[in-house]
Design a binder for this molecule. Structure first.
Ligand code: CP
Length: 307
């Protein structure tokens, strides 16, 4: 039962609970009328202290499609955070107005802190370079829809693995599935942090690190591309030097398996050439739609509105 629960990082839900959510999302996809008015009279607060297109709008679309209402802000300058209000006080206040809170914040650990002051469930929509668990729900549902239940696959993560919170959350989540091999492809400056490789070692996950995409491409079942996270760099020079480390092109896709899938949490900057979009293996725009279905399933479940 997910009713009343927070979602701060992927490990908060068991594999059985995740399966339940994915089943619900698939049912909603099959029949968009399913759960249509299940959240009527309920309110979702979306507090975005950092920019977002997909996460904020898919949560809002999800709540509206469930018959509920949304309030919140898309940038902190329009909230009393700009006057110096603490996150704890903001959360205590908003939890008087809403039945659940979705929050994105640039500080790592902000969502966990918010959950300690909130009277209603808190959903982490990204905390700095740390975690982004609802993107992970989206990614896992996409893998499941495209290739079946995650397991017995080789997943390549490519790009900014140091600051890419979607990578951290997905790697941690995939470590719980059987026989998932991971290949981390990044420049030496942007390797996956030790707190993630430490978990992989502890879980006995087979993983390797490399800086050459071409070398490993033909062995991948899933290629997870990411952008270099400009907003987390300490200086612009380093960003400019590293931003085009990897650019996926139609030519590079020629060496990939015919059934490999390309995921990207988006936004894309330059790391996937637009020509790749027409390749049937490029499923990143389908992924954005699955993101809305799984967020509908999540909201309905934590509000106790799902059967
Ligand atoms: N994937 C993702 O988090 O996208 P947004 O930053 O647009 O929300």
């Amino acid at each position: 039962m997910l009713k009343g629960r927070h979602l701060i990082e992927p490990g908060n839900f068991s594999l059985e609970e995740l399966d339940g959510l994915f089943g619900l999302a698939e049912r909603i996809e099959e029949d968009p009328r399913y759960l249509r008015d299940s959240c009527r009279g309920r309110v979702l607060a979306a507090l975005f202290f950092e920019p977002s297109t997909r996460t904020r709008l898919s949560f809002e679309a999800a709540m509206l499609r469930l018959g509920g209402s949304c309030l919140g802000f898309a940038e902190p300058g329009s909230s009393s955070a700009a006057k110096g209000e603490s996150l704890a006080d903001t959360i205590k206040t908003v939890s008087c107005y809403a039945d659940a809170i979705v929050m994105r914040n640039p500080k790592e650990g902000a969502a966990l802190l918010a959950s300690r002051y909130s009277g209603v469930p808190v959903i982490n929509a990204g905390d700095g370079g740390h975690h982004h668990p609802t993107q992970t729900l989206t990614d896992l549902l996409t893998i499941r829809r495209m290739r079946g239940q995650p397991g017995n696959i080789t997943v390549g993560f490519c790009g900014d693995l140091r600051f890419g919170r979607t990578v951290h959350s997905l790697a941690k989540a995939l470590a719980r599935y059987p026989a998932v091999r991971m290949i981390f492809i990044s420049p030496p400056e942007l390797t996956v942090p030790e707190y993630i490789t430490g978990i992989l070692k502890k879980e006995g996950v087979d993983y390797v690190e490399t800086d050459r995409l071409e070398k490993v491409m033909s062995g991948l079942d899933v290629l997870y591309m990411t952008r270099v996270q400009r907003e987390r760099f300490f200086n612009e020079e380093d960003y400019i030097r590293l931003k085009d480390s990897y650019i996926l092109t139609a030519q590079k896709m020629e060496s990939a398996k015919p059934d490999m899938i390309v995921l990207h949490p988006l936004p894309r900057v330059n790391e996937i050439a637009v020509e790749v979009d027409s390749d049937p293996r490029a499923v990143y725009f389908k992924q954005t739609k699955y993101g809305m279905y799984v967020r509908m399933a999540l909201i309905a479940s934590i509000l106790g509105a799902a059967a």
